[in-house]
Design a protein around this ligand. Structure first.
Ligand SMILES: [Cu+2]
Length: 182
């Protein structure tokens, strides 16, 4: 239905993604990079609202302080299933393989999630999507993540539904060190 608008948006995002990708993907931290940990809502210094569209985020980037706990309220305003996942580019790349499997097994079907199948194991892989650094939402759904960032790291928020990251559905977490509390 909204196909033409979606294609136009995806094309536009690909353009800006190409410009952005040159800088964002040069580093590539390995495993175990400190992206932080789940935080307590009571310790959150502020709330950041994140809208997910087909296929981009609003805002396109966020700024945090090292050690800051942030409450994210994520809402899917698109027509497709989208993810908000905090991780390094390498983590996102690895997670994209898992999400590809979820699509191949019919767990993710365009604008719908098969919740029954998410509780099953397939080919020895859990189809659950319950990592604390990530939410996976159907259109119209909204969820919260409270996250405590640690030191400066190469972190992006990204959607790893197949094709979405490639279409530009990721943004940079910028660390504002100048005003960091010691
Ligand atoms: Cu997406």
């Amino acid at each position: 239905m909204k196909r033409s608008a979606f294609v136009a948006a995806a094309a536009a995002m690909t353009l800006s993604a190409n410009v952005f990708a040159a800088g964002a993907h040069s580093g590539g931290h390995g495993h175990g990079a400190a992206i932080g940990e789940p935080g307590n809502a009571s310790e959150a210094s502020r709330t950041i609202s994140v809208e997910m569209h087909d296929n981009y985020y609003e805002p396109e980037a966020i700024e945090v302080q090292p050690g800051e706990t942030v409450r994210f309220v994520v809402e899917n305003k698109g027509n497709l299933v989208h993810e908000f996942n905090l991780g390094t580019p390498a983590m996102h790349e690895a997670h994209q393989d898992e999400m590809k499997m979820m699509v191949e097994h019919g767990v993710i079907q365009g604008g719908k999630l098969n919740h029954d199948m998410m509780n099953m194991e397939m080919d020895g892989h859990s189809m659950k999507h319950d990592d604390p650094n990530s939410v996976l939402l159907e259109p119209g759904q909204s969820k919260e993540i409270v996250w405590k960032f640690s030191e400066k790291a190469n972190i992006e928020f990204a959607c790893n539904v197949p094709g979405h990251y490639q279409a530009g559905m990721y943004g940079e977490v910028k660390f504002n060190e100048a005003v960091a509390e010691k």
